[in-house]
Write a protein that binds this ligand. Structure first.
Ligand code: SF4
Length: 253
């Protein structure tokens, strides 16, 4: 029977009360601090420097869903060949879908991108998102997530990466690693944004570094299937490792 913690089975070697996910918030917040330090030692400091303009970040993040970075970049570059944002709105949706064909699901992303651009133009009269730097964080998140096709992850990435606002984007890697370690109980990516942010200090450079390093750890070690636990710097305090040892099942199972 489920105890409400990370995994439904309570192993003999790790009673539910000993699992991170069953611990109170301050204990899990301390676990995040510990993880942050180890990940920084392993992957280095990551200064928060905007990598591209806000509109570029916004549209690229939509393109990046279930797509490799190389394909996302190729799709973005070809999209820009259609013209400026006004011309992309006016282009036939089939032309937009063709331009972004290196991204997965181009037929559904093309109309979403056009709808997002149209909504920004209608509300702001142009495509300058700098006003987001001045809005309270909750209002900025709300404004972005009200755009068609923009979820909390995309909105958080734009606000953190471009405007150094203290939010914490939870992508598939961040979600998987923090759930397995037991920083948060099992929950969806959407809910994980709020749960993790509640455990973290409102410090944008710290949030950025932790996001990027967790992503790196998920790509390099804590894979979706067959994670490399013997090589993992987090294994001493990882719930999944406490339960399954070096045979942690695929995430979601
Ligand atoms: S010990 Fe294994 S499951 Fe836990 S974080 Fe490391 S790689 Fe992932």
């Amino acid at each position: 029977m489920s105890d409400g913690s990370l995994f439904p089975q309570t192993p003999a070697s790790a009673p539910a009360s000993d699992l991170n996910a069953a611990q109170p918030a301050p204990v899990r917040a301390e676990l995040l601090v510990w993880m942050s330090g180890l990940l920084r030692d392993e992957y280095g400091e990551r200064p928060l420097i905007p990598r591209r303009a806000p509109m570029h970040e916004l549209i690229s993040t939509i393109l990046s869903q279930r797509t490799t970075h190389a394909d996302e970049e190729a799709a973005y570059q070809e999209l820009c060949l259609l013209g400026d944002w006004d011309e992309i709105i006016a282009a036939p949706v089939e032309a937009v879908a063709h331009a972004i064909r290196r991204s997965n699901y181009p037929e559904s992303k093309a109309p979403r991108i056009q709808a997002t651009l149209s909504a920004i133009k209608a509300e702001r009269g142009g495509y300058d998102l700098d006003f987001l730097a001045e809005l309270p964080v909750a209002d900025a998140l709300k404004w972005l997530t009200n755009l068609p096709g923009v979820g909390v992850k995309t909105a958080s990435l734009v606000l953190l990466f471009n405007f150094a606002r203290p939010v914490f984007p939870v992508d598939t890697h961040v979600h998987r690693v923090t759930t397995r370690v037991g920083v948060i109980p099992r929950m969806g990516e959407q809910a994980a944004h709020r749960a993790l942010l509640g455990l973290l200090p409102p410090d944008a450079p710290h949030l950025y570094e932790l996001h990027v390093n967790l992503l790196r750890h998920g790509q390099k070690i804590c894979h979706w299937t067959a994670p490399k636990c013997p090589a993992c710097i987090l294994k001493d305090r990882c719930d999944a490792h406490a339960i399954y040892g070096n045979r942690v099942p695929s995430f979601g199972k």
